[in-house]
Write a protein that binds this ligand. Structure first.
Ligand code: C2G
Length: 134
């Protein structure tokens, strides 16, 4: 049976159990998981600045048993190329992306699956709680 290859996108800043549970479930859907990690420049273009820089976020993702390869996400337009270049069968994202035109069009070239987000945790929530508690 051919190896099933999974791809997901994200910033994965201040890595937390919501990210880990997404990665674990995505990895369980196939045999090989590629994570396309938002670069600092790509995030800047979205008006976002992560707490940890790309190299640090990459290092942390590469330490996760579920992750087989980390590649840079540099723009919105690379996804179809990523799918071709890495022979991806399925793109997996959290449910906040369900139905998004950023991902729905990929259904022409691969399976697209949205998984439930883990409730009660987000990078923003962590930052807010840390600021409150000083
Ligand atoms: N996630 C989750 N549960 C949470 C928080 C995040 O399942 N409580 C999922 C998100 O749905 C996403 C992944 O973890 O699939 C990474 O989360 P972010 O780093 O916030 O990803 P995002 O900023 O949405 O980047 O091109 C698309 C972007 O790169 C996606």
């Amino acid at each position: 049976m051919a190896l099933k290859r999974i791809l997901t996108y994200g910033t994965f800043d201040l890595l937390h159990y919501g990210h880990i549970r997404l990665l674990r479930r995505a990895a369980a859907m196939g045999d090989y998981l590629v994570v396309a990690l938002s670069t600092d420049e790509f995030n800047a273009g979205k008006g976002k600045q992560s707490y940890y820089d790309y190299e640090t976020r990459k290092e942390m993702l590469e330490a996760i048993r579920y992750v087989d390869l980390v590649i840079p996400e540099e723009n919105w337009a690379q996804k179809a190329t990523d799918i071709e270049e890495y022979h991806i069968d399925t793109v997996v994202m959290g449910g906040d992306w369900a139905g998004s035109e950023r991902f729905e069009y990929l259904k022409d070239v691969c399976e697209v699956v949205y998984l439930d987000r883990t409730p009660g945790i987000s990078t923003t929530k962590i930052k807010e709680n840390l600021e409150l508690n000083g």
